[in-house]
Unconditional design. Sequence first.
Length: 199
Amino acid sequence: MTNETRFWTIFTGLSVALLVALLAYDAGMFESGEASPSSSVNDEVQPPVNLASTADDPDPLSTECLDHDGLARHDHVTLEIHVDGVQQTVESNIGIQTEVCYGSENNMHAVHTHDTSGRLHIELNEAGDVPLGVFFDIWGVHFNETGIFDYRTNSTHEMAMYVYQSGEVATEDNRVNSFDEYLILNGETIEVHYRPKII
């Protein structure tokens, strides 16, 4: 084999290897499978995928349906969710006409929404407490101290939750750490934040 043949053989082999590596990189084969919530594409936060969710093990109250024949409790709270400073939409009609509670227009879950204002309706046929996590179980998304939706706490991000009455604002004085176990009370505003850690 001549030197020129050897050169072109090596050059061709390296070129093919580089092309295969570039195609594999483009297909995401070099990623660890744990995308960082702080990574971005077009300045948008990208959540990691395939994570366990609190909605996989729902609170039994999340599967109960109302019949609206004499409610023992009918309260309202406002829920705000922020991911890296961007307020998220709380969808309309969560808990209304679901696979669990369907049929008449009045057949709905104990916690539900009618619009995208973030106003949660808490209704029970028998008096009782309702943890905030029940709403997220009905919605079918993850929520607790480890994160929200597909975002999880890590070395750069934390969860924070504030609960306050009308006319107040979120401060460290009204920060709570119970997250999904927090018992919803009428007239409150609940702010949930997934955010960069404050150093």
